[in-house]
Design a protein around this ligand. Structure first.
Ligand code: ZN
Length: 287
């Protein structure tokens, strides 16, 4: 298990040449957490817990790989007023945040961003501050009480990986590569040094805020206002109306993972922990 943990850490700590010497918002949460919360739209919702005894199979696997057995997983239907089909949330009974809080924060993203997510999972958080998520199957795993920008970052990975051509990161396509190269800064320290997919995910935070308010927080001292506008305008043009804008109803949602009995004995395979497109692509401790 120790070896797995080491591999996970290594895989999530991408050391790359910075894209730019200038960064607009070094620690992006400092600049966006409160403004996005203030600008978010709260959607009325209901939370109904499943009877004990069953859970979605992907929850069983992902939770077990983090030391939470199927019998410890609480399952909830969270139904938001803007979508008649509930999201099935899974929460480990040892997770450090309440289902009500998680359902509230998830619901403050536009319904089209939520629609990219199959199962929100509230997983154990043995390391304290880590919030990370977003594998390639649409599941979003969050450890701890994370703010809206954390969720927006993770959904940004899903949009990057699924919204243009499924399985092909838009952040690797010439349009985005060129926009980033033409810009004179990266959006954040993390985006600047952890690869284009992280820059795209960090940009998702700015896009979500800007497309709904017309505003952006003032950039850090030494950075130039508008220095990431090529990326901003590209993502807004390509994905803005479809995903990042408030309003509308859910479309194109993924089917839920099949339901399995909580008595299931889950064999955790190495590929559940590493090698997928998302686990720990975002870690607040890395910012
Ligand atoms: Zn990430």
């Amino acid at each position: 298990m120790k070896q797995f943990a080491a591999a996970l850490f290594f895989a999530s700590t991408v050391v790359a040449q910075p894209f730019h010497s200038m960064v607009a918002y070094p620690d992006i949460g400092t600049y966006f957490n409160q403004p996005i919360q203030d600008a978010s739209v709260w959607v009325p919702h209901t939370v109904v817990q499943w009877p004990a005894g069953s859970l979605p199979s992907s929850c069983a696997v992902q939770m077990a790989s983090r030391g939470c057995q199927p019998s410890q997983v609480q399952v909830y239907n969270v139904t938001y007023q803007d979508c008649d089909r509930p999201w099935v949330f899974c929460r480990c009974e040892t997770a450090p945040v309440h289902i009500g809080r998680s359902a509230d924060i998830f619901g403050r993203m536009p319904v089209h961003m939520r629609s990219m997510v199959r199962h929100p999972m509230i997983v154990p958080n043995p390391n304290g501050a880590c919030c990370c998520a977003a594998p390639d199957d649409g599941d979003l795993m969050v450890a701890g009480d994370c703010p809206i920008p954390t969720y927006a970052h993770e959904v940004g990975h899903l949009i990057d990986n699924r919204a243009d051509v499924f399985g092909q990161d838009y952040s690797s396509k010439p349009a985005f590569v060129n926009a980033l190269a033409t810009d004179t800064c990266s959006i954040s320290n993390y985006g600047n040094t952890a690869g284009r997919h992280e820059e795209f995910a960090e940009m998702s935070i700015a896009v979500l805020y800007n497309i709904n308010t017309g505003l952006l927080p003032a950039v850090a001292p030494g950075a130039t206002t508008g220095c990431f506008n090529n990326q901003l305008n590209l993502i807004k043009t390509r994905f803005g109306a479809q995903y990042y804008t408030y309003g509308g109803t859910c479309v194109g949602r993924l089917p839920d993972s099949p339901t399995v009995p909580a008595s299931l004995r889950v064999k955790v395979k190495r590929e559940h922990l590493v090698g997928r497109s998302g686990w720990c692509r975002f870690n607040q401790e890395n910012l």
